[in-house]
Design a binder for this molecule. Structure first.
Ligand SMILES: *Cc1c(COP(=O)(O)O)cnc(C)c1O
Length: 379
């Protein structure tokens, strides 16, 4: 019987420990594993290669994404960096022009000098995507929704286009999580998460997860993971497993809060524009709900002038001025100085990422407290 996702998140892959019945996966804090005899193995040799706690997480995320092979890395960036190594020298990528700043920096500053070229494109315009495809294009890297301006890309259409050109579709699904969207089921070849965000969910752990279906890509990524060793530690794997158990209830509440805040912000005279795909007048609303069951709890908004942005950042109390998203605490960030500082000003400004733009990750506090905090900070 196929279980509902609310059940899947609680029970994970194996759920309880078969040896002891422990309902919480044990933390196998062991670097190495004793072999029963010559040329014999328990299935575990050395924790860079396999670790039972990490394996439970890798199989759990694979199950949640409806995919075959899962991988856990030490951060979202370590996961994305490992993925980029799947491509040979001279490869070209098409990448969302509205994306997490760290990914932009990784591609243009770390990988470009070696071998990788990329074109940054508005992935909501399929004609532009098709025009950007070159003979050496090997993958399209998308985020859904885009970050920070919350545009909605059509994963089915992008994957179909990519397949026609023998190009892979890689989806960074951090902002929605498998509770709300499962890109592999929409045609993507690989899904990646910064599990530091909604999956961990408590602003206490960094982790990156990858899921894919293709046997050859799996072999290659396994080789990269075990050779480079950017793996997730046993305790951090356990923290992410624990976070995942409450993913559904957290996101339900966070989304309710986020929608209420988005609607409230839309009524404030200091606010010029609210970017949240869960608002029914958002340009991508129908497209989002054709692929996903919710808009998540990350939203951005433009204020009328930078002085208001600065005032809000200085005055918020319950809401913390801090980067990151997806956790229990509501956070407000200034993308121009934080998450998107690595993106060149002209590219940033094209997206409207300037000193008027703030991003909120809405958490689990009571909505009345969040709204009064914003109100006092804006007054
Ligand atoms: C945070 C984030 C990353 C990077 O993940 P880390 O866990 O911080 O390394 C990548 N993509 C998106 C969309 C993110 O929000």
């Amino acid at each position: 019987m196929k279980r509902k996702i609310e059940t899947q998140v609680v029970h994970g892959h194996q759920g309880f420990d078969p040896r002891t019945g422990a309902v919480s996966t044990p933390i196998y804090q062991s670097a190495t594993f004793r072999h029963p005899g010559l040329e014999q193995t328990t299935g575990y040799d050395y924790s860079r290669l396999q670790n039972p706690t990490r394996e439970e997480l890798e199989k759990t995320i694979a199950g949640l994404e409806g995919g075959r092979f899962g991988f856990a890395f030490s951060s979202g960036m370590a996961a994305i960096s490992s993925i980029l190594k799947l491509f040979p020298a001279g490869a070209h990528l098409i990448v969302s022009d509205d994306l997490y700043g760290g990914v932009y920096r990784l591609i243009t500053e770390i990988y470009a000098p070696y071998f990788l070229t990329a074109t940054f494109v508005d992935l909501t315009d399929l004609a532009l995507v098709e025009q950007a495809i070159q003979s050496n294009t090997m993958a399209i890297f998308l985020e859904i929704p885009t970050n920070p301006t919350m545009k909605v890309v059509d994963i089915r259409a992008i994957s179909a286009l990519a397949k026609r050109f023998n190009v892979l579709t890689l989806a960074d699904s951090t902002l929605l999580s498998p509770y709300l969207i499962r890109p592999l089921e929409l045609g993507a070849d690989l899904v990646v998460h910064s599990a530091s965000k909604y999956l961990g969910g408590h602003n206490d752990t960094l982790a990156g997860l990858v899921v894919l279906n293709d046997e050859k890509l799996n072999e290659k990524l396994l080789l990269i993971q075990k050779s480079e060793g950017a793996i997730l530690a046993p305790f951090d794997s356990w923290l992410i497993l624990r976070g995942i158990k409450t993913l559904a209830v957290r996101l339900d509440r966070q989304q309710t809060n986020a929608l209420a805040i988005a609607q409230w912000l839309g009524l404030q005279p200091q606010v010029e524009k609210v970017y949240y795909a869960g608002l029914s007048d958002h340009a991508g609303y129908d497209l989002l709900y054709a692929q996903a069951s919710g808009a998540g709890s990350t939203l951005s908004f433009r204020v009328k002038n930078p002085a208001i942005a600065e005032q809000i950042l200085n005055r918020v109390q319950i809401i913390y001025y801090a980067e990151s998203l997806g956790g229990t605490e509501t956070l407000i960030t200034y993308p121009i100085l934080q998450t998107h500082a690595a993106i060149p000003p002209d590219m940033r400004e094209k997206q409207g990422v300037d000193d008027h733009l703030l991003r909120l990750s809405v958490g689990l506090e009571h909505i009345d407290d969040l709204l009064s905090d914003l109100a006092q900070a804006m007054r």
